[in-house]
Each structure stands twice: as structure tokens, then as C-alpha cells.
Design a binder for this molecule. Structure first.
Ligand SMILES: [Zn+2]
Length: 132
């Protein structure tokens, strides 16, 4: 009877604690919506590390290890997908067409060159104004 009472009290305390904790949990900051996910990601990584550690110590069977690892990896993939969905999509960069520099244009044949040149590569005439 005493044991049953103790268990009931324990359950009551646990419910109380979890009930309060759920309410107290802060909403993820709107400023950084991915912060919460980053923390979850970090926790999963930690879990994976612990898992590997325990496996190496021989505390886990192959099956348990693989199973838990797979579960954690699946959770991680879910978090990653959520982060991806929250991050602003990169704007498609419009290919900028280089504006032709008029000083790089041959005044004789009209050919454009990427660099200013003394003599036109097309017609061979002098491109730069003979300013003397
Ligand atoms: Zn030319």
C-alpha cells in the first residue's frame, strides 16, 4: 500500500512538473526562427555522439545501435528540411551583361574589346585618340 501511494505521488509530481514545463517553454524567437532548430540539431548530433560512444563501450547491441542511429538521422533530416524551409530563398542573381565601355570601342570599325587597347585587334588601326 505504501509503495502504491509513493508511486501515485511520484506520478502526480511528474505530471505537475511536465505540465508546468510545457507552459513555461518559450516560443521560438521570431527574430531567429532557425535558432530553435539549430539547438535541436546540436542535440541530435550530441545524441549520435553519445550513441557511438556507448556502442564502442559495448553497451549497445549492433541492432540497437543501428536502430537508434537511424532514428536520430531521420530526425536530423527532418530538422534540416525545416531549416531549409525557414531560410529565405536565395534570390536568383540576374546575369549582368557587361556594359560596353565606349573607350574600348574601335572608332574605325566599331569592334568592342574587354580592355582598352592601343591598336584595334580587328582592323589594326589606332584606337586611342592621338592626343598630343
Ligand atoms: Zn577597328
Amino acid at each position: 500500500m505504501i509503495l502504491a501511494g509513493a508511486i501515485l505521488i511520484l506520478i502526480g509530481v511528474l505530471l505537475f512538473v511536465f505540465g508546468i514545463r510545457q507552459q513555461d517553454l518559450p516560443e521560438p524567437e521570431p527574430v531567429s526562427p532557425t535558432l530553435y532548430l539549430e539547438q535541436r540539431k546540436a542535440r541530435i548530433y550530441e545524441g549520435l555522439r553519445d550513441l557511438q560512444f556507448e556502442y564502442r563501450l559495448g553497451k549497445l547491441s549492433d541492432e540497437d545501435y543501428q536502430h537508434t542511429k537511424l532514428e536520430l538521422q531521420r530526425e536530423l533530416a527532418g530538422v534540416m528540411a525545416e531549416v531549409d524551409g525557414l531560410l529565405p530563398k536565395e534570390k536568383a542573381v540576374e546575369p549582368r551583361t557587361p556594359v560596353p565601355d565606349p573607350s574600348n570601342q574601335c572608332p574605325h570599325c566599331g569592334a568592342h574589346f574587354e580592355q582598352a587597347m592601343k591598336f584595334c585587334g580587328e582592323c589594326g588601326k589606332q584606337m586611342t585618340e592621338a592626343a598630343s
